[in-house]
Design a protein around this ligand. Structure first.
Ligand SMILES: Nc1ncnc2c1ncn2[C@@H]1O[C@H](COP(=O)(O)OP(=O)(O)O)[C@@H](O)[C@H]1O
Ligand SMILES: [Mg+2]
Length: 339
């Protein structure tokens, strides 16, 4: 069943986190889509810095931890160092205490890949990263993803906001392409991750990055392509909706969107107006048909190989989409990546 998780090797400490870590409540590192706060912390004994993600204890949160831990042998997956389950009040003035998981993570001093892209655009005045830099970062993302998929895990939320840089960089570093090429990246945020074997159907996604087969299962989008079938039960007739499960190929679609964004600082599928958020009908139609363009002038300089790779990943039909192995062997990455 989809909601059941193996928690056998999930070591969660019930001792007080404050005995081991000093959480710097005023140093909030980031706030993602789920609004779970992440703070900077120092390990009391070693004085080493860490990040602490605070989430309400739930099956979903325990799944996030369990799946991330299964992948953290990869140098490109963010490591969980410790997990504590402690009671804490949601707001300091609130007396009722709730159980929280404090996930202690390696601190990623360099922030997100999205923020790096934004800084580059300001410095260079151009849209997107160079192909050489992008290829280097893309290889690291691929290595992370191949670890997940080998473990039978779908990330479901691959995007530049969930890819973090291990080290901080100065503004001068950004002017030196060779220095930038050495930045190490790690895939984070397993909040949406799921076991492929559970045959997921739930439409959990970030709009700009979602594959068509995920959106198809979103009842709020009113996708009229949903298949219906009738079950006759004694004298009454009920109509149920059959949702097709999707698989790890949804991550390859998101990888294509990510690559497009890294090279151009624009997204391939966007709402027709800036005032709209979420997925509009015309945006959905483009995603459903894999209809996007390389019209923006920044694409003039981009190689045909890069465009070929993006086109291969943004295939609406998952059977026609490039597989991870095909991406690893794609000519744009010059030489085959061994995993
Ligand atoms: N280990 C870390 N080190 C530094 N910053 C982090 C770390 N983990 C997360 N962050 C920051 O917090 C943000 C949200 O974290 P994430 O795990 O993606 O949570 P959410 O599930 O809310 O999206 C990230 O985009 C990043 O800016
Ligand atoms: Mg996130």
């Amino acid at each position: 069943m989809c909601e059941e998780i193996n928690t056998t090797n999930l070591e969660i400490l019930s001792t007080d986190i404050h005995q081991d870590y000093r959480i710097l409540w005023h140093k909030r590192l980031g706030k993602g889509a789920t609004q779970d706060p992440i703070y900077l912390a120092t390990h009391i004994k070693t004085r080493k810095r860490f990040a602490v993600k605070m989430v309400l204890d739930s099956t979903q949160a325990r799944r996030e931890i369990s799946l991330q831990r299964r992948c953290q042998h990869s140098p490109h997956v963010l490591s969980i160092v410790d997990v504590y389950s402690n009671a804490a009040s949601r707001i300091s003035s609130q007396s009722r205490e709730e159980q929280y998981l404090y996930i202690v993570l390696e601190v990623m001093e360099g922030g997100t890949l999205l923020s790096l892209l934004e800084k580059f655009n300001i410095i260079t005045g151009e849209s997107g990263l160079s192909e050489v830099l992008t290829a280097g970062y893309f290889r690291q993302i691929l290595l992370a993803l191949s670890t997940l998929h080998q473990q039978g895990i779908i990330h479901r939320d691959l995007k530049p906001d969930n890819i973090l840089l291990t080290h901080d960089y100065s503004i001068y570093d950004l002017e030196d392409e060779e220095v930038c090429a050495d930045f190490q990246l790690q895939l984070a945020d397993f909040g949406f991750a799921v076991e492929e074997a559970d045959r997921p159907t739930k439409a959990m996604y970030t709009p700009y990055y979602a594959a068509p087969e995920v959106l198809l299962n979103d009842p709020h989008l009113n996708v009229h392509h949903l298949q219906h079938h009738s079950d006759t039960v004694s004298t009454t007739t009920t109509t149920t909706t059959t949702l097709a499960s999707y698989d790890s190929r949804i991550d390859l679609w998101s990888l294509g969107v990510t690559l497009y964004i890294l090279l151009s600082s624009t997204a391939p599928f966007t709402p027709e107006s800036h005032t709209r958020s979420g997925i509009t009908p015309s945006m959905y139609e483009c995603i459903e048909n894999g209809k996007f363009s390389f019209y923006h002038e920044c694409w003039e300089e981009v190689s045909l190989e890069a465009k070929d790779l993006i086109t291969g990943l943004l295939q609406a039909d998952p059977d026609k989409r490039l597989s991870l192995q095909q991406v690893l062997e794609h000519p744009w990455l010059n030489n085959k990546i061994e995993i």
